[in-house]
Write a protein that binds this ligand. Structure first.
Ligand code: NAD
Ligand code: DAU
Length: 340
């Protein structure tokens, strides 16, 4: 089987490539990635010499390039991770989000339709459902109420992908996962940011009252679910992928401080994120029933493994936190006031 993986140099895409090449000897992968600030070939050093892996640097919005790649290296399936994936950046600067997440997805869908690709797996997010009131958990028929430019772009690209199934019978499957964490995550997202700041003894900026709830999913569990949906998911269907681990942010932050041996004096409650969704909660019953997948990594184990990885990979962290990251950090946090 030949796969085109987009965004394979990012956090989840690289975990997917490492997992698939390590466990499926009959799969070859071409990774198409633009290498934005979030793309990092260091994440794929362990597969770089693998004859079943190849890399092309390029933009998924580039129609000619996407068509050339698929012509020169025909694939059975596309697993589409590439995205601008960070909510705060989408608020600060929405344009790249709409380019990559909407135009990029459109470009890939068109190329897949013309080349009659046998499966198009569109990797999406629980954020498309917006905030879910207690005590509900969203199933796949829950209304879409995205609140940020990021989640609106993902909702739009989900609907576009599904329209290609309805209209052109392109064999599309959409997955919607909850918050991922694990090794190699760029330290702009809550868990890696809090771990790296705690390890460096820097303040931990918690938005609002810290009581926003997220459902945490270990990245390898997510990748196993994507593989299950790729192999066993039904065409034209959406599959939620949750970690079955709902926690308020402040509890996650306290666990990280405890595990890194730091005190709670590092916590700073700061100006909230605009449009901040209060609670995400997913029902993953459908993917569990149809594919047999279930999450394997308990949060207590996953967070320990993740912290250990960041401790052992201080060089990786220092490299990704140099340069552009410093500008982003100043822009996103510089004007946030401490609120209590
Ligand atoms: P990431 O930001 O770590 O990686 C994104 C990758 O896409 C990078 O390698 C980047 O270089 C590449 N990319 C960006 N724009 C591109 C373009 N125009 N052309 C080609 N490559 C481009 O993201 P992630 O956290 O690994 O997320 C991957 C996917 O999973 C995204 O679609 C995201 O919406 C979805 N998702 C993420 C989470 C999460 O918690 N991180 C949860 C659910 C769904
Ligand atoms: O739910 C899935 C989504 O999870 C993915 O689709 C996105 O790609 C991914 O970025 C993530 O979005 P969130 O906005 O939920 O993740 P983030 O790590 O940015 O924030 C998690 C929670 O922590 C959220 O309630 C905001 C809060 N937060 C975040 C940061 C970066 C803070 O309190 N302080 C911070 O500095």
């Amino acid at each position: 089987m030949r796969l085109l993986v987009t965004g394979g140099a990012g956090f989840i895409g690289s975990a997917f490539i490492r997992l698939v090449l390590g466990t499926n000897p009959s799969v070859s992968i071409l990774n198409l990635d633009k290498l934005t600030y979030a793309g990092n070939l260091e994440n794929l050093e362990c597969v770089a010499g693998n004859p079943r892996y190849r890399f092309v640097r390029g933009d998924i919005c580039d129609t000619a390039l996407v068509n050339r790649v698929l012509e020169e290296w025909p694939v059975d399936a596309i697993v589409h991770f590439a995205a601008e994936s960070h909510v705060d950046r989408s608020i600060l600067s929405p344009e790249p989000v709409f380019e990559t997440n909407l135009r990029g997805t459109f470009t890939l869908l068109e190329a897949a339709r013309r080349r009659r690709v046998q499966r198009f797996l569109h990797v999406s997010t629980d954020e498309v459902y917006g905030s879910i009131p207690e005590p509900y958990a969203a199933d796949e028929s829950y209304p879409l109420r995205p609140a940020s430019p990021y989640s609106a772009s993902k909702a739009g690209s989900d609907l576009l992908a599904l329209s290609y199934f309805t209209t052109y019978r392109l064999p599309v499957v959409v997955t919607r996962a909850s918050n991922n964490y694990g090794p190699y995550q760029f330290p702009e997202k809550l868990i890696p940011l809090m771990i790296s700041n705690a390890l460096e003894g820097k303040p931990l900026p918690v938005y609002g009252d810290g009581m926003n709830v997220r459902d945490w999913l270990y990245v390898d569990d997510h990748c196993r679910a994507i593989l299950a949906a790729l192999e066993k998911g039904r065409e034209g269907e959406v599959y939620n992928i949750g970690g079955n681990c709902s926690l308020p942010n402040i509890e996650v932050v306290r666990k990280i401080l405890k595990a890194t041996g730091r005190g709670e004096d590092l916590i700073r409650f700061v100006t909230d994120r605009p449009g901040h969704d209060r609670r995400y909660a997913l029902s993953s019953e459908k993917i569990m029933r149809e594919t047999g997948w279930s999450p394997q990594v308990a949060f207590e184990n996953g967070i320990q493994q993740t912290i250990a990885w960041y401790q052992e990979n201080a060089g990786w962290v220092a490299r990704v936190k140099s340069g552009e990251y410093q500008n982003y950090y100043a822009l996103n946090y510089g004007s946030r006031e401490e609120i209590r």
